[in-house]
Design a protein around this ligand. Sequence first.
Ligand SMILES: C[S@@+](CC[C@H](N)C(=O)[O-])C[C@H]1O[C@@H](n2cnc3c(N)ncnc32)[C@H](O)[C@@H]1O
Length: 490
Amino acid sequence: MDSDDPTDKAAVVRRFEDWCNEHNCVMEKVQVASTAFGLGLRATKDVEPNEVALAIPLDLVLTVPVAARSIAGQALLRSETTREQPVSAQALMYVVMIHGWHDATSKWHPYLRQIPSKHQDPLCWTQRERQARLKGTQLLHEVERHEALLRLVHQSIFPALSQELPEMFPEERYSFASFTWARSALASRCFAETHLEKFLGGGEVVPEETMNYVRLTANEAARLSHDCNAVLCPLLDTGNHDPNVTIHVGLRSDKNGFQLALARDSGVNKGQEYFINYGNHGSNLQLLLGHGFCLPDNPQDTLPLKLGKTAGESPEQELARKLSGLVEGEVVDLSRADLLPERLLALLRISTLQDRSLRVLLHENDSSEKTILSRLTTPIDVKFDRHAELHALSIVQKHLIMKQHQIQSGNPQTELVEGREGWARCHYAEIYRSGQLEILQAALKEAKARERAIMEEHHVHLEDFEEGEEEEDDLEDEVIDPEAKRLRYA
Ligand SMILES: C[S@@+](CC[C@H](N)C(=O)[O-])C[C@H]1O[C@@H](n2cnc3c(N)ncnc32)[C@H](O)[C@@H]1O
């Protein structure tokens, strides 16, 4: 897509505002404005709490069914290229977006043109940037996974569709780079289609005619694979994100017909930015992957931890794991509010309980998933199994330290792209990375504190534990390695 030349951009924004007015969008109290985060919304008058400051006619909303019925959508779905295979609903949206960006006759042309031509999420970073900035993090895997999937979706249609219909879909327009732009545009601006299925404030039954926007006909449903419940809502999506704002989005009707409307719980004074909230895509991984930015001290941030498969699981361990509904190698999310999740410790306890303790545990319970799981999510008493709890806490520390080292081996500050773009990438990668490290550090402290509490309560000592060599902040030195050090219980 073309670059964002400031002069062109101003004209493109004016054209977009004119388009909104031509379509009777409600925006008497807000306007599109330049903000610290690109375009945004600014209040031109005081907006009261719960007042609808923005509303757009339903027929401006771009949903999967609407895309399927558009000119480009019809050409795609009726093509020989896609005749034998279901078409990805995401791909359909991307094709219609790219078509609308180029074709001035498209209804959404003025809207699509004002979407930034470049995005800052890691799918748009180079391989070198990803490796340097995200090394050792879950986000690196997610970016590679998303890119590989996007490539498959692109290859399932192009270049074959361009060869079949070169005038409608010229090959140079429907490149993988254009698909990446469309994917990032959709991911960073989309609303859930469920907003179109309820009235603002709830209560009334949504009329059948409005359901056409979200419901596919049987024919359409048979042609599409259902991998997209995202919709594009012009103007509403110009709002930038403030996690402290609560918004309500839903239908309402006026003399012009049905509209999709947005209101905030809190008011906004004239001259202030009118922020919205992007909803429950709360972790920094989700924000950076979807929106190209993330938040410092994000309370919703999580650190996904995967323990990996246990080599040579005993029959007792396997039975306990299966009966408790735990999955080998499952990913557990650590967060500031839940530093050592129950399921993580339960999985570790299975691996540290002796087989005879596991046999007792399996027999003393009624073998239902709930009771076994609740037994495993409760700390193991040293009288029941002398080493299990401390060993589990020791292993969790090893995993946390390993993860810490992996993340620390990256270098997010590497200057690989110049200018504001490069700064933003460094900045948000560093916020993401330090958030991950903070959760790890806090989880390590928590594991250590629990370990100490057990040792003190039960007068446990490590045979070769040398007081004085212990450094408070160097948790790696404090890890009890069950293989190397034998625990002695007083
Ligand atoms: C739905 S769009 C909002 C309009 C956008 N600013 C524009 O220029 O078109 C979402 C994008 O705005 C930017 N953005 C929104 N809120 C932000 C925030 N709190 N911090 C940083 N960037 C933000 C990010 O680039 C994000 O991908």
